[in-house]
Structure formats: C-alpha cells, structure tokens
Design a protein around this ligand. Sequence first.
Ligand code: SAH
Length: 450
Amino acid sequence: MISKNDIIRVEITDILPDGQGICKTDDGFVLFVKSAAPGEIVDAHVMKVNKSYGYAKVERVITPSPFRISPDCTAFASCGGCVFRHITYEKELEIKKKIVDENFARIGGIDIRCEEIIPSPQRDGYRNKAQYPAALDRDGNVRFGFFSRHSHRVIPCEDCPLQPSFFAEIVYETELFCNEYKIMPYDEQTRRGLIRHLYIRDGRKSGEISVCIVATGNIPHAEALCARLIKKNANIKSIVLNINKKDTNVILGDRFITLWGKDTIKDELCGLEFEISPRSFYQVNHDGAEKLYSLAALFAEPDGKHILDLYCGTGTIGLSMARRAGKLTGVEIIAEAVENAKNNAIRNGISNADFICGDAGGAAQSLAEGGFAPGVVIVDPPRAGCSEETLDAIVRMSPERIVMISCNSASAARDCATLKNYGYDTKRLIAVDMFPRTGHVETVVLMSKK
Ligand code: SAH
C-alpha cells in the first residue's frame, strides 16, 4: 500500500505531454512524478494517492536520466508554462513526435506516422507575446508573473526565458509605475483592484512593440506610464488600455482605448507585411511560423487554385500563398482580425483575396450552399478543433485537398478521423515545434480525396 508522504524508489519509464514522468510499481500502482525524466531512478515523494494511481514529486535523483539537464529558470518548479526544461531539447522533440503518433493512432485510428518533427529555430526567447497576470507579492508590491500549474496563484516571473529580455524591462517599468502610484492589482476573489494583466507583443522582424494594459477601468496617470514606457524602449509603437470588468478567466475585455501611438503594430512574415491588432491572433513563434507556413504551402499546392482559409486570423497563411493561388477566401470570427486581414491584402498589393467575418462552420455552410468549390481548404482551428458543422461543410465543397494545421494533435486526429469517414485519406503528417520547453506542438496534415 502506498500512502501520502511515502518516499519510494522508482524507475521512470515514460513521460506525459505535460512533463510528468510515469512509473509503475510491482503491484501495478501507477505514479505520476512531476519533473522526472524518462529512464532515471528517483526517490519519489508521494503527494496524493487515488485507488490505482497517485502523484509524486522528485525528492532525490538517484541515477539521472541521460536526458536530464539542469533547469535554467528559477520559476520552473512552480510556473505552469514550461514542462520540459529539465530534459534535453532533442529528447523533448522525440517525446512530442511520439505524442503526435499516439494521438493519430489511438484517437484517430489512422494508420500514419509523423514523418518528422521540425525543431524551432530558437529554443528560448522565441515568444513574441506574453500576458502577465498582476498580483501583490508578500511585501505588498505589485508584481507581474505567470499562473502556477493548474491554479490562479501568480508566480512572480518578470524575466521568463521564453520571451525576449526587453519584455522584462517593460514589465519592471510598469511595476515601478504601479507601486509608485499605488495602483492595485485586480483580485479575483474580492473582485477589487484595477490592473489585471500586462500584455506585450513584438513584431520580431519589424521590431515594433505593443503594450496593452488590461484593467477594470481607466488607469490614473496613464500619460506618465506612457512617457516612462516609451523612454524605456523606443520600439514601443502602441500603448493600449483594454477594459475588462467581468468576473472571468478570459483575459481581454471588449473595449480597447489607444493611450499612445498606433492602434496596431506591423510585422513581416514570409516576405509579406502584416498589421496586427491586440485582439487578433498572431503566431507566437515568428521563425517557427515561417517553417509552418512553408510546409502548409507544400501540402496545399495552391497554384492557380481557389483556396479557402478557415480560422484565418489576420490572413497570414492564405496571404502567404495568395500570389500563387487563383483566389483566396478567408473566414475568421474576430472582427478586428478580419479588418487586419483585409488591410493586409491591400498592404501587400494582393487583389485576389476576400475575407468573411463569421463562424467558420456557419460561413462554410453558406459558401457550400452557394456552390462554392475551392480546390484546397486550409483549416487552422483553436485547440478544440473544428466543429462538426465546419467538417460537414468542407466535405460538401468537395476540395481535392485539405490542409489541417493544429496546435492540438488530439483534436486534429479526431477531425481527421471524421474526414476519413467522409472519404478523405490522411496522406502526410509532420510536426513543427512552435513551442519549445512547453507541452505544446503544432501539427500539419495533408488529406486528399480518396
Ligand atoms: N490561421 C491564423 C490563425 C490561427 S488561430 C494564423 O496562422 O495566424 C485560430 C483562429 O481561429 C483565431 O484567429 C480565432 O479568432 C479563430 N476562431 C476561433 N473560433 C472561430 C470560429 N468559430 N470561426 C472562425 N474563426 C474562429
């Protein structure tokens, strides 16, 4: 019998997508060991016990895994962002590829192997976006950080290694400002306080930075904050206040007020220029996105065809292929992103593109109704995957090829299985590691009509 607070010696045989090591005791009890590495022997401190499984943390490493490395971030043990900072990047890639394979086999029931996993050009500092929740630290100072795993406890961490170091300087300056003017962080329990999040994004190629302060209302001395920020970093081109008064987990509220500079920032991707609003989605790993999009183009073979780009955001994927395509139609639900997409087409002199604001499923159904027949459909849905309605509409349009891009290989595998039943074979599967050190990985799938 294993009980809470036991310390038991175990051999870690495998690792989960969330970075927990797995081991099985002789009597079949499964233990999930936080931050353990595959192939190592550890003394595990049991934290929680259920009937046939339990959770533990590493008390002591007895024989380290050959893949173990020393985590180079002090917040690693508590922060919920990275899960693979304790193993080599090569091993992380192998694990992620295996996860994709397993999802396609188990959830999709599809007989295909992930051909390769393309590594991220950068392992650290690759993120062009950070959203830091605000909280008071033990000394009563305003601090920005990240939520700890599975909770809303803020771990102060201004200089997260996934972001460029100039983000940290903007965070420090904002903290100084809040503490000087006694501007309180919002407290989810009491629902009091003003500042909820600091949201920073940079255009990696353009250098332009946008700073968005998410608060429950207007912030006093906003001019002073703007003056301090632009003095700190001359690349800041947009400072925006977002008002979010709701009792919600959703970070952004509905209202954006530009405090200083432009409403949007621009960046360059795949040789094109894009404008991006704070509300619009933009791939967080710039160089990784270029690899992802070139793979999508390889699979799509867009030449001369009409492309339908569902869940298109600011139009980046479709526009990156539009010059080769006959025509491009994009669908996206966020109005600001659609406006960006339209401007992005004009900005790049692309005249064969149009964009529809609406739900992908509803819009695709209307298009199918009207006899719309694209040669290629590209889908890049959020983590939950495509709706049944979307998949049904795609099948009704009967494209030669479907290219599915997904940040969640489990929902991608499920959707590919649905499309398989409708007559689409999964031909190619490649993973692109857009999110080193975290448990996430991007997959690109090519499907074609049987
Ligand atoms: N392809 C884009 C965006 C991918 S992220 C890029 O590479 O940048 C997924 C996008 O789907 C987001 O822009 C999100 O706003 C949008 N989205 C979410 N739900 C949607 C829905 N039901 N219908 C249409 N778009 C949706």
